[in-house]
Design a protein around this ligand. Sequence first.
Ligand SMILES: *Cc1c(COP(=O)(O)O)cnc(C)c1O
Length: 369
Amino acid sequence: MAGQNADLIPPAKPVIGDAEVEAAVRVLRSGRVVQGPEVAAFEEEFSELVAGRHCVAVNSGTSALHLALLAMDLGPGDEVIVPSFSFAATANAVRLVGAVPVFADIEAGSFCLDPAAVEAAITPRTKAIMPVHLYGHPAAMDRLMPIAQRHNLAVIEDAAQAHGAALAGQPVGSFGIAGCFSFYPTKNMHSLEGGMITTPDPEFARTLRLLRNQGMEQRYANEIVGANMRLTDVAAAIGRVQLKQLPEWTEQRRANAKFLDSRITGVLTPPVADAARHVYHQYTVRVSGDRDAAQQKLLEQGVGNAVYYPTPIHRLKPFLDADGKPGPWELPETERAAREVVSLPIHPSLTQHHLERIADAANSLAGAR
Ligand SMILES: *Cc1c(COP(=O)(O)O)cnc(C)c1O
């Protein structure tokens, strides 16, 4: 294996370029390092990505989800419908406010929440729906929003993987009362660590601003109980540099996906729903049969790959019931996806030669079924 590593195409490649380093140094030398002018500028610039929504920067994507739920005053007894096929942060945020995550199944094509399953999961205790725009594919907001409206439920979008994705021209993060983004290094853009909450409601935005900073707008004039989830100005400055590059990087991800779609025949390539703009945080194929062997075969050809997520959230230890068993969930598409998915490299740093190697390696899996 060691000999192959020099040649390995990594599954993700975070960018920390000269512009990011210079921005960080400039802010460090300025002395204004925490939630100052860079954060304000980052919020304003990010707003263009989400149809002019109010933007509130925080220190991680998980904090964004947590704060959005806190601002809605959700707590014990309240249920929030989430997909189980996601990163644990989605359901962790629900549990962190003491509310109950209710898991609904996904659609086979998009890997995102199935609106029919969501509707079936609604109870008198349901307060919110939290769709995840998984892998950069927008969830079916055109069908989820009417369900939420009919049942008077809030919608909080987990857009941690989907900066710039859209459905029928409307950007993710502009559908619900809150949209939550992450700027972790492997995401489509980063600020080392960081997150953003977007909202159409100025009062909600004000509550979020209070909650992220000890409940204060004016220093020592605390209005409510709050946390410290502030973003640093160093992180915001790096985020601003990355935000400028995001359109170009997104086009590159989409072009890479188009090439792989056209070349890969050996495994099932990721379907895209009508009117969806997929931003390919991940390029996720399905393999049936022995996935471990398939991953090994890709690796032997120098194609780094990863499984997101091998264990659905409802099977993770903190989400088991009192007997240590998964709850009474019926999530067949979630279970199938967890068994079959493999994500191939799709990041903007790939060369044409890399893409050809990735397609060839994927096609070599055809016989392995
Ligand atoms: C990354 C991610 C998060 C959490 O973001 P952090 O910035 O790592 O806290 C939440 N939800 C999903 C779907 C993610 O991929």
